[in-house]
Design a protein around this ligand. Structure first.
Ligand code: CA
Length: 512
């Protein structure tokens, strides 16, 4: 029996319904990329224990403290260099400083062929922004080779509105990002680097009162005097200003309904710019706070992770979160297992370096769960810190007290020369690393084990300690710039450096 045909009008209606139902699939814009946003906050010259959530009783960092309380605090996170551009360059390529071309030394560029992880994010569909301090560069490509495509869609110096701290545009750039793309922000403050512009630009109604110098904790390796306390208070003020702008970005993510789907990481590039901190392989220089906040991706939020982590792991971690394969050149491991389980162990050792930063230097270190082992390849030289620290009131207070023979051994350490070739510390019992156990027979087995770890890493990564290194560009006692026209510079790999080095830049006081 023939099926009765639908009336013509009903057929037309059915076609129209089917057509309209199909329209969204055919003509609508593609669905927004659901991958998480990532924002990496990097403060400048802040030590691991300069925050409230890492145990500093007088620090005022409520916004970062909240991220730690609701996310994951990594309690054994270490930089690969306690030096600005070497540390940042290592994060961006996921490679050890001495494997990063000439970037093992301050101000030097990364080898041209090495991929930067933000470029891989960008090529996978992320909108990538650097706002604030940059201090990273690529060397020119070899003749006949093309330069790599840019790593960032937008690079912004982060200044404006009477704010020179590098964070002035963080919220605006988050608001102005293109729709439909996940966002990656390399948000790098100039806080808390000397000079103390945070004090000059302070807004008491925004940041609250300045820190009271009389109430601050003074590390045992500094003099407890008025000049040092005032210096420390100015640093603490800039840490609080950094925290304020982190809080504004978090509030903006919340307003956009994006906080749950955003991985926020908070760290610093190197330790505070004070004696026996910045450029040190000890915790005061090389340990960093590392906070991860990601409601959609961190299990058991609020529980800290005690396992070792290196900032060389951040590139593979962020790429892992974004579903992008890490480049074969990257040397770290993803920390994502530690997002899922705070007790996870992803590495058994973390390695760090000390290369030229204003002064000739060559040192290496390895950490395991309980120990720090340091090998100094320039034991004849003092380890006074970078020139900006040497020029500081805190360092000059140590100098005066040294001349008056008033220093404790911990305070005298920045003047010590010759220094031990080997240092070994039991970090759990000696958080400031003031008791060198390298000559203690009770720890000889541990020392041998760590020395072997370091030797194996040295061989595996092709590290060297050349006889000729880049010489001092500043006076070690005063921090004053040395005479121009140094000849025969080599970098820490022993190869000629500086053909394109700009003499005016490196000789300018206060490298930034
Ligand atoms: Ca720095």
């Amino acid at each position: 029996m023939a099926r009765p045909a639908l009336p013509r009008r009903l057929r037309a209606f059915c076609f129209a319904v089917l057509f309209l139902a199909a329209v969204p699939a055919v003509f609508a814009a593609p669905a927004a990329d659901p991958r998480p946003n990532v924002i990496l906050f990097i403060a400048d010259d802040v030590s691991w224990d300069d925050l409230g959530c890492t145990g500093n009783p007088t620090a005022r960092t409520p916004h970062i403290d909240r991220l730690a309380a609701q996310g994951r605090r990594f309690d054994a996170a270490f930089l690969t260099a306690s030096s600005c551009s070497p540390s940042r360059s290592s994060v961006v390529t996921g490679r050890y400083p001495h494997n990063n071309g000439r970037a093992s030394e301050l101000h030097e560029p990364i080898a041209a062929h090495l991929p930067w992880f933000p470029r891989l994010l960008r090529e996978s569909g992320y909108h990538t922004v650097l706002s604030g301090k940059n201090h990273m560069s690529s060397a020119p490509p070899a003749p006949g080779e093309k330069p790599q495509p840019p790593a960032f869609d937008l690079i912004d110096a982060g200044k404006g509105d009477g704010n020179s701290g590098g964070h002035a545009n963080w919220v605006r750039l988050l608001r102005e990002r293109p729709a439909g793309k996940p966002f990656f922000g390399w948000y790098a403050a100039l806080d808390a680097h000397r000079a103390w512009d945070g004090d000059d630009e302070w807004k008491v109604d925004v940041y609250g009162p300045k820190h009271d110098p009389a109430k601050l904790r003074v590390p045992p390796f500094l003099r407890d005097d008025a000049a040092t306390r005032s210096d420390l208070a100015s640093h603490a003020n800039e840490v609080t200003r950094f925290d304020h702008f982190v809080g504004l970005v978090v509030a903006e993510l919340e307003r956009q309904g994006q906080l749950a789907n955003t991985l926020i990481l908070v760290m610093a590039d190197n330790g505070r710019p004070f004696p026996r901190a910045k450029t040190r392989l000890h915790d005061s220089g090389m340990k960093t706070y590392l906070i991860a906040h990601w409601p959609a991706g961190i299990a058991q939020p609020g529980r800290p992770a005690p396992g070792l982590a290196s900032t060389i792991d951040l590139a593979p971690t962020i790429l892992d979160v974004a579903g992008v394969a890490a480049a074969p050149s990257m040397q770290g491991v993803s920390l994502r297992p530690m997002f899922k389980d705070p007790a996870a162990i992803v590495r058994r050792a973390a390695f760090s370096e000390h290369n030229w930063h204003d002064y000739e230097a060559h040192g290496r270190s390895v950490r395991t769960e309980g120990y720090l082992y340091i090998r100094n390849h320039r034991p004849g030289l003092p380890w006074q810190g970078p020139a900006d620290s040497v020029r500081s009131p805190s360092h000059q207070a140590l100098r005066s007290a040294r001349d008056a023979k008033q220093l404790t051994p911990a305070q005298a350490d920045v003047f010590l020369a010759p220094r031990p070739t080997e240092e070994l510390y039991l970090t759990s019992e000696d958080p400031n690393q003031l008791r060198n156990l390298a000559g203690d027979p009770a720890h000889a087995a541990a020392k041998a084990r760590l020395a072997k770890l370091l030797a194996d890493w040295t061989a595996a990564t092709g590290d060297t300690a050349p006889a000729q290194l880049t010489p001092d560009l500043f006076d070690r006692e005063t921090g004053a710039a040395a005479a121009k026209g140094k000849k025969g510079r080599t970098n820490s790999r022993g190869t000629p450096a500086g053909a394109e080095r700009q003499a005016d830049r490196i000789n300018a006081p206060g490298p930034r």
